[in-house]
Design a protein around this ligand. Structure first.
Ligand code: SF4
Ligand code: SF4
Length: 94
């Protein structure tokens, strides 16, 4: 059962600030079943299955491999049947 609905989180959220390498999405890897639906829907090709990690359920979770290509469109989060992806708004340029 999904634990929460996909949602966009404001840029001032703790997980989205304070880093020089902003990561626009966060995958809850332990909830991911490696179905690849998020990868298929990501037009910029920013996602891939993690070839170096298997989670407790025995799946290779989705991973943001090209953070600079991500547009924070949230299509991946809306597509994920397990609500495993959170999307963060990009900080505004100064
Ligand atoms: S938010 Fe959009 S561009 Fe970024 S990983 Fe998800 S589908 Fe791809
Ligand atoms: S759609 Fe969800 S469950 Fe499927 S690979 Fe992507 S993050 Fe994992």
């Amino acid at each position: 059962m999904a634990m929460s609905a996909p949602h966009a989180v404001p840029a001032h959220h703790a997980a989205a600030r304070g880093s020089t390498s902003f990561r626009p999405i966060l995958v809850a890897g332990e909830r991911c079943k490696g179905c690849g639906l998020c990868i298929d829907v990501c037009q910029p090709g920013a996602l891939a299955l993690d070839a170096s990690h298997v989670n407790a359920m025995g799946h290779r979770p989705a991973l943001l491999v090209h953070p600079d290509a991500c547009t924070s469109c949230a299509k991946c989060a809306r597509m994920c049947p397990d609500a495993a992806i959170s999307v963060f708004a990009r900080p505004k340029e100064a």
